[in-house]
Structures are given as C-alpha cells and as structure tokens.
Design a binder for this molecule. Structure first.
Ligand SMILES: Cc1cc2nc3c(=O)[nH]c(=O)nc-3n(C[C@H](O)[C@H](O)[C@H](O)COP(=O)(O)OP(=O)(O)OC[C@H]3O[C@@H](n4cnc5c(N)ncnc54)[C@H](O)[C@@H]3O)c2cc1C
Length: 500
C-alpha cells in the first residue's frame, strides 16, 4: 500500500482538529468538537454526507445508499437532542410496525413496543406464552442496563473514579446480564425454552445478522439482547432519506463554527510539528487532533508503508477478517395497491439455515414523500450479506459471476417471500462490493464493522480508539458501532475523550 503522492501547493491551514470522512462517525466527532468551540474541519470525498447511511440521487430519483432505519430519534436520545439543540430541519415518521418478518412458515409485523410484540408472539404461539414472556423480561433487563450506558458515554471506558462510583450504584441492573457474558444468544433462547418458537428464532437470527452481524447461534448474548431493543427505541424513517439527517448534522457543524468540505478526499496523512497533517488535493491541513472515520486499511494507505502505526492498524483490520461486504439492488417500483404512503421495511428469508448471498434480504421502500419521482413511482433498497472471504477469494472474473448469482438469488427471495413487491419492480441499479469500495472508500467494500461473535474480547475494546497521541479512529469498525446512531455516539465519545 502506498500513500498518494499528490503535492498540495499552499501553506498549511492550522486548525484545532481535522475529521476525515463525513459518515455518522465523523459527523458525531466533528459536531461535538465544534460545539466545544474547536476550530474543526471535516473533509468528505463525496458530494454528500452520510457514507453508508447517505442518500444519493440518480436520474432524478432519490435512493438510500445503505442504512434506512434510524434510531436515536425518540425524545431525549442523541439525534433528537441534536435536532432540538441546533434547530435542525429533520422530519421523521415513526414506524409502527417497524418491520415485517417473513420466512418459511413465518409472517408477522414487529410492532414498535415490546409489550405489543410479546402479546403478538403469545397469540401466535399460545403454548409458549410463559416462555416468550420470560425471554423478553430478560431482554428488557439487559437492554435497559446496556442502553443506559450507551446513552451516557461517560460510563464507557476509560473509567474514572466518578464513573466507577456511578457503575457501583448500577450493579443490581447489571446482574441479569453477567451470566450471559461470553455466551451466544442461542443459549438464552434455550434457557428460556423458546428455541422451538420459529417466529422468535427467525426474528432473533435475522435481527442479529443485520445489527451485530452474525446469527443468534454466534452473537454475544448481552450485546444481541440490547440491540434487539433497536425496534423499541424510536426506530423511524427520516423524510427525504437518512442522508437528510446527515446533511443537517453538517449544517449544525457549520452553525457551531466548524467547516464542512465536500468533494475533498484526504490523500495523505503525516505527523508534523503541530500534531497531524492531512493532505488534500490542493491544500494541506494541520491540527493537534485528527479523527479518521475510515477503516484501518484506509488509514494505513493514507499513512503510507513506513508508519509505526502499521502494527495496531493490522491488528484492527484482522478483526474484520470474517466480516462482510454487501450486494445491493436499488429498485424503482410501482407499489402494490393498498400499501399506503409510508415507508415499508421487510426482512425476508428464503432459507433460515443460511442468511447470506441473497437468501436473506432486507427491503426498505421509501415513503411516497421521499422519492422525488414521477407520480406513483417509489424507490427501494434490497440488500444482503456477502462473506468478505467469498468476495476476496474470487478472481476478478469470478467476482462478476458471483455478484450476478447473488442479485438473482436476492430477486428470487423477494419473489418467494414478497411476490407483491417483486411484481412491483420496474427496474433497478446494482451495487456490488466494488461499488461500495468506490463510493464509500471502504477497502474491498467491507461493511458492517466487527461481527460481535460471543466472547469476552467484545468488552476489551469499549473505549475510544486512540491510535496514537492526537489520532483517533471512529466509525463502525470501532465499538460501539454498526449503526448510524452507534457510530455517531462513538464519534461523540472519541471527541469528548480527546478534549478531556
Ligand atoms: C446495506 C446496509 C444497510 C444498513 N442498514 C442500516 C440501518 O437500517 N440502520 C442503521 O442505523 N445502520 C445501518 N447500516 C449500518 C450503518 O450504515 C453503518 O454502520 C454506518 O453508517 C457507518 O458509518 P461510519 O461513520 O462508520 O462509516 P461510513 O458511513 O463508511 O463513512 C465514512 C465516510 O468517509 C468518507 N471517506 C472515505 N475515505 C475518505 C477520504 N480519503 N477522504 C475523505 N472522506 C473519505 C466516505 O465517503 C464516507 O462518507 C447499514 C449498512 C449497510 C451497508
């Protein structure tokens, strides 16, 4: 790997902090820095903000790039606090039901409240009513304990005397989760006696796959139980696409005195007397603080071969060894009669034994207000997980065949599980791992961060990721990650840590 050697011409611009990348991780960091009076500049290589959770326009139609479901918009949560504080123009439509789960023999819509979901599952599986209640009681306890920590990042490592004191008061809340540390979610399902409840096991499996990036049989139980709360914590559709939230956060950064530069890729990073130097194509920025909203390999490329950070970056990248890339179809469709004007989310599985390569897809249909489209036309995104090793091991000519096979399977799963939506498709654009690499700058098109497979290692990297003095990594490779909300929270946490 080599650093790009483009030579900027001007005198370096001095700042307090530089953020490379305007994904939600970079936005969270930059906004926190600007709010704290720092002279911060965020540089983004694309012409729009949001990265994997951005919204782009093609031929007059607006599409979500990747993320579609937004959390953190309920009163008091991070995004709603920022929206209120900075008076941002973000319109949200609460989702209820949040998502419809469909698979062989399974079809139900997940309501936005845990109580309603429990009642629904009990109604569908009366012989397991008590067991279902037991599972969700445990899920609630664990989620309440862990979300309280995520909602208050001062409770995350590195711990201070005051945060330790606050944790000690919370010990009773942590007790229900202690026995499950290092165990897979499947062990909790077995303990509660719900393994035979197909509705619940499929829902847990697919929810784990899209949140903690592995199945219930692999997922670290406390983290998986907490992320199941995603459905119940104000999951919403952002009108105009989730990128509208990203662009409003960019506005908040500017209103708070920061600078946001779009269409300006960083092409090199070096140490300098001031701390860190970031080379753009025509300018150089310098600052004591640098936040890289990038994958470890991308940081290594910007640093060049010789940097002593190579070791830590290789170690971080190794955690992504068995992670994912994705194939996406960006659909134009004429929605089925009677589907309503709101956004729709469908979690569709044709083979519960294998949730990859198009056999499990997530379909998100825009709301009628979003699409900027001719009357009656809507856009949608259909995505699936592709194991990164399957992609990397394929030779270039095999990669083309592999993605074609995945697209065909995705459309087949859509036809099997949601024929009314398959019949609605007018045309589509494709998004391969290569497309993801080109647009988001994520090497090999890796998405989704580090799968949270069961093990104690999950609790060793809870703190902000400081690679070197003044240099932080933010984004979904770094825990807490793997969603727009979590990466924003992680960015906020890293910036707060850096400022002391
Ligand atoms: C298909 C799919 C569906 C998803 N669905 C959901 C969902 O419904 N809800 C949810 O919350 N999450 C979802 N996620 C996860 C979520 O989108 C990501 O975890 C999150 O957006 C990642 O943010 P990030 O800040 O880590 O990185 P990114 O979004 O990758 O942002 C990095 C940014 O850095 C920029 N960049 C890269 N290189 C440079 C450079 N050299 N110079 C300047 N800029 C650079 C990129 O253009 C990009 O904007 C989904 C992800 C995928 C792939």
């Amino acid at each position: 790997m080599t650093a790009n050697s483009a030579m900027p011409t001007s005198v370096p611009k001095m700042l307090d902090a530089i953020v490379i990348g305007g994904g939600f991780g970079g936005l969270g960091a930059a906004l926190t820095l600007a709010e704290r009076g720092q002279k911060v500049c965020l540089v983004e290589r694309l012409e729009y903000l949001g990265g994997c959770a951005g919204t782009f326009t093609r031929k007059g139609l607006r599409y979500e790039a990747g993320a579609t479901l937004a959390a953190g918009l309920a009163p008091g949560q991070l995004f709603s606090r920022w929206i209120a504080h900075h008076q941002l123009q973000v319109a949200v439509e609460p989702l209820d039901p949040v998502v419809e789960v469909r698979g062989p023999g399974v079809r139900f819509a997940v309501p936005a409240s845990r109580e309603a979901l429990v009642a629904l599952l009990q109604q569908r599986n009366p012989e397991k009513a008590r067991e279902i209640e037991k599972f969700f009681d445990l899920q609630r306890h664990v989620a309440d304990a862990l979300w309280a920590v995520l909602d208050d990042p001062a409770l995350l490592p590195p711990l201070t005397l005051s945060s330790l004191a606050r944790h000690s008061l919370r010990v009773p809340h942590y007790l229900p989760l202690l026995r499950w540390i290092g165990q897979p979610l499947q062990a909790v399902l077995a303990h509660c006696g719900v393994v035979s409840v197909a509705d619940l096991t499929l829902m847990c499996d697919t929810a784990c796959q899209i949140t903690v990036q592995c199945r219930a049989s692999e997922a670290e139980a406390p983290i998986a139980l907490a992320t199941l709360d995603y459905w119940f914590r104000g999951a919403a559709h952002v009108v105009g696409g989730i990128g509208a939230l990203a662009s409003q956060l960019g506005r908040a950064i500017e209103q708070s005195g920061g600078e946001v530069r779009m269409g300006q890729p960083a092409v090199g990073i070096e140490r300098c007397a001031a701390g860190w130097q970031v080379r753009l194509r025509r300018e150089t920025l310098q600052a004591p603080l640098l936040f890289a909203n990038l994958l470890p390999d991308a940081v290594a490329m910007l640093l060049g071969d010789s940097d002593e950070l190579r070791g830590p970056l290789v170690r971080l990248e190794k955690k992504l060894k068995d992670s994912w890339t994705t194939c996406v179809l960006y659909l134009q469709l004429r929605p089925p009669v009677g589907c309503g004007d709101g956004a729709h989310h469908l979690d569709l599985t044709s083979d519960p034994k294998d949730l990859t390569m198009g056999r499990h897809v997530f379909l998100s249909v825009s709301s009628a207000a979003d699409a900027k489209a001719p009357e009656g036309l809507r856009t949608a995104i259909l995505s699936t997980h592709v194991p990164i090793q399957a992609w990397l091991k394929a030779a270039p000519q095999e990669q083309a065949a592999l993605v074609d096979q995945v697209y065909a399977q995705m459309l087949q799963t859509l036809a099997d599980q949601a024929p009314e939506w398959r019949a609605a498709v007018v045309s589509y654009l494709t998004g391969s791992p290569r497309t993801w690499q080109r647009f988001t700058g994520r090497p090999a098109g890796k998405v989704g961060g580090v799968p949270r497979r069961a093990g104690l290692h999950n609790y060793l990297d809870l703190g902000p990721c400081r690679l070197a003095s003044g240099l932080y990594l933010v984004g979904d490779t770094v825990f807490p990650g793997q969603s727009a909300l979590a990466t924003a929270l992680g960015g906020q946490r890293a910036a707060t840590h850096a400022l002391g």
